[in-house]
Design a protein around this ligand. Structure first.
Ligand code: 2BA
Length: 108
């Protein structure tokens, strides 16, 4: 058994959640915050059998889109430009996924 930890953008969450549950995947959604943009995203915990991992990944891949977000970066290094901030575009997602082996799985 594998545990997929998928960090996705909130914009993709509802379609993805529906598609995964329709295909029989069990998911837990956690509200999370990215360390860099400090904006909300969603983390899905998905426990599944080894032979279903590829199917799960292909659903996530087709539902989660990369987007550009603008982040203000403060630059205090330039003389006379103390704490001026400049907007910088960063590409976010589709999805960041970690896959880990499940040592044991209990359901009581
Ligand atoms: P954030 O940390 O808010 O990062 C948003 C996007 O900002 C990232 O997109 C990346 O393009 C950029 N970024 C992040 N850290 C950066 C840095 N130190 N310098 C320059 N650009 C940086 P993604 O890579 O697609 O990540 C989307 C979200 O997935 C992240 O939100 C974070 O919540 C999570 N994530 C990504 N990689 C992770 C990792 N290795 N461990 C834990 N969470 C991760």
């Amino acid at each position: 058994m594998k545990l997929l930890i998928a960090i996705v953008q909130d914009e993709d969450l509802y379609g993805l959640r529906d598609d995964l549950t329709k295909e029989g995947f069990r998911i837990t959604k956690l509200s999370s915050t990215g360390g860099f943009l400090k904006s909300g995203n969603s983390t899905l915990i998905i426990g599944t059998e080894d032979d279903l991992v590829d199917k799960c990944l292909s659903i996530i891949k087709s539902d989660c889109k990369a987007r550009t977000a603008t982040q203000s970066v403060t630059n205090a290094n330039m003389p006379g430009a103390t704490y001026m901030s400049a907007p910088v575009d960063v590409m976010v997602g589709g999805a960041t996924i970690f896959i880990v082996d499940v040592y044991k799985y209990y359901k009581f």
